[in-house]
Design a protein around this ligand. Structure first.
Ligand code: HEM
Length: 488
């Protein structure tokens, strides 16, 4: 049955051939939010040749991600990443299947448990110390810091330390860092609007060359992973029970997925590592950059969050991941940042299994592309008072959290495809942010005022700041650090 025979939700009238493609503009999450004001919280757009259902309110999100979670649990796959059989083994892109469930199980039981994450706290703290050193060096030379750039490099290293116990990026030597360039390349290609995604006959032609370039980056990324895996297996020196790094790589090499005892194969491992770096690096660093931008625009919130960190931790003792729980205002700052600036504003899904009937009598056929507009939901006027205003205080008096249960705040998604990396992201974002705020006072470059911080967005696989945030760090003096006390 064609989708035309179903009672799809309403939407703007499509034009011949292109449909509603031009209505997306260069910031589709914003354009779609405006269209939702006209057509409602569930609407249909025809993007090129493909019907796409867009969800834009907390109530509708609950209906599709909770009530009909199983039906909405597939994803539509961007053509840019259909290379080197990556999507056949990827946790992010596999349809809900035995293989996908196995991958999630591995992540939830072997990688992202509190015990496993605790085990890698100190290598992560070392990487944050390096970041602090880099910022001190910039400060002593009077240079402003590009927050997003240094947070991205640090996020890559936080991840590579957790997975391989090695550094794959360098704060000081940008140009020699192949790994960073490759991850950035993938994020960039996958973030470009791709005609192949909207005209199902075009993928073969790859009109913009996106898949060709993307394949090159994937190949280089897989080479890096191959090298890490080979080196580790060699270091076991025939003793396969040996533990070398006590890291994710050891866990995976020792993990037996199949009931027949066969191991997690190399291709699956490379796909999972790709998932982790693609989904976990830019999202994390963008959150830190947006948080710093909002704080620099809001001196009262900046003063309050620094006061909390200094009061609780003192200045002489480093913040660790264990301390985050004792910093409620910092947590509120991060929640408010993710509400206003979710790094992945449009979560891609696809229906699977059967036609589903939703309230309002709409019928969504099997295989329909779906976008959850997480950005519009975070600013929904019915759910949030003064929705456009940055006010961390709102989270001091509510239990609303981003764990996928409160549908007005779903920057990590919800339902069975909820972000499995959320516990690690929580640690990385808070650790970086708390350390930046504890060690330095932050000012805007000469001649700039709070109101000049430009919150313009650049849309891609993740939404980042269009004008990268630059800020001047003023180290907190040694005397102040020694004089301060801590309460925990
Ligand atoms: C602030 C940081 C992050 C944000 C905002 C974020 C957001 C998201 C979102 C919105 C989804 C889609 C969820 C859905 O469909 O309901 C997702 C999926 C995913 N994320 Fe994250 N993420 C972050 C960090 C991470 C990290 C650090 C990792 C890994 C180390 C990670 C790994 C994944 C994976 C593997 C998936 C796919 C899960 C699946 O499809 O079953 N993410 N994330």
């Amino acid at each position: 049955i064609s989708s035309r025979d179903h009672q799809l939700p309403p939407g703007p009238k499509p034009r011949p051939i292109v449909g509603n493609l031009f209505e997306l503009g260069d910031k589709p999450h914003r354009s779609l939010a405006r269209l939702a004001d006209v057509y409602g919280p569930i609407m249909t757009l025809r993007l090129g040749q493909v019907d796409t259902v867009v969800i834009s309110s907390p109530d509708m999100a609950r209906e599709v991600l909770q009530k009909h979670d199983a039906v909405f649990a597939n994803r539509s796959i961007a053509e840019a990443i259909r290379v080197l059989s990556y999507t056949d083994a990827s946790l992010i892109w596999l349809p809900p299947s035995h293989r996908w469930r196995n991958l999630r199980k591995i992540c939830n039981t072997q990688l992202f448990t509190p015990q496993r994450l605790d085990a890698h706290q100190s290598p992560r703290r070392e990487k944050v110390d390096e970041l602090m050193q880099f910022i001190s060096d910039s400060a002593s030379k009077g240079l402003p810091v590009e927050i997003g750039r240094v947070a991205f490099t640090t996020s890559l290293n936080l991840l590579s330390r957790t997975i391989f116990s090695v550094d794959l990026a360098d704060l000081y030597e940008e140009s020699s860092q192949k790994f960073k360039h490759v991850v950035q390349g993938i994020l960039e290609e996958a973030g470009k609007p791709n005609l192949s995604d909207y005209f199902p006959l075009l993928p073969w032609i790859d009109p913009q060359g996106i898949r060709r370039r993307s394949r090159g980056y994937f190949k280089q990324l897989h080479d890096v992973f191959d090298e890490q895996i080979t080196r580790r297996i060699r270091s076991y020196n025939l003793d396969e029970t040996k533990v070398v790094g006590n890291d994710f790589l050891d866990e995976l090499l020792h993990y037996r997925v199949q009931e027949d005892g066969s191991k997690f194969d190399r291709h699956a491992m490379k796909s999972l590592f790709t998932d982790i770096f693609v989904a976990g690096s830019d999202t994390t660093s963008a959150t830190v950059e947006w948080a710093m931008a909002e704080l620099l625009r809001s001196p009262a919130a900046m003063a309050k969050v620094r006061e909390e960190i200094v009061r609780v931790m003192g200045l002489g003792r480093d913040v660790n991941e264990d301390n985050i729980e004792a910093l409620p205002y910092l947590q509120a700052v991060v929640k408010e940042t993710l509400r206003l600036h979710p790094p992945a504003p449009l979560v891609p899904r696809r229906t699977t299994g059967a036609t589903v009937e939703l309230s309002g009598g709409y019928e969504i056929p099997n295989g329909t592309r779906v976008l959850i507009n997480v950005w519009a939901i975070g600013r929904h006027e019915g759910a949030w008072k003064d929705a456009g205003i940055f006010s961390p205080e709102r989270f001091l008096t509510t239990e609303v959290d981003y764990k996928g249960r409160d549908f007005e705040l779903i920057p990590f998604g919800a339902g069975r495809r909820f972000c499995p990396g959320q516990p690690l992201a929580f640690r990385m974002v808070h650790l970086m942010l708390a350390s930046l705020l504890q060690r330095f006072e932050w000012r805007l470059p000469e001649g700039m005022e709070a109101k000049d911080v430009d919150l313009e967005e650049k849309f891609g696989l993740t939404v980042v700041m269009a004008s990268p945030l630059r800020a001047v760090a003023v180290p907190v003096s040694h005397d102040e650090r020694v004089g301060a006390t801590c309460i925990i």
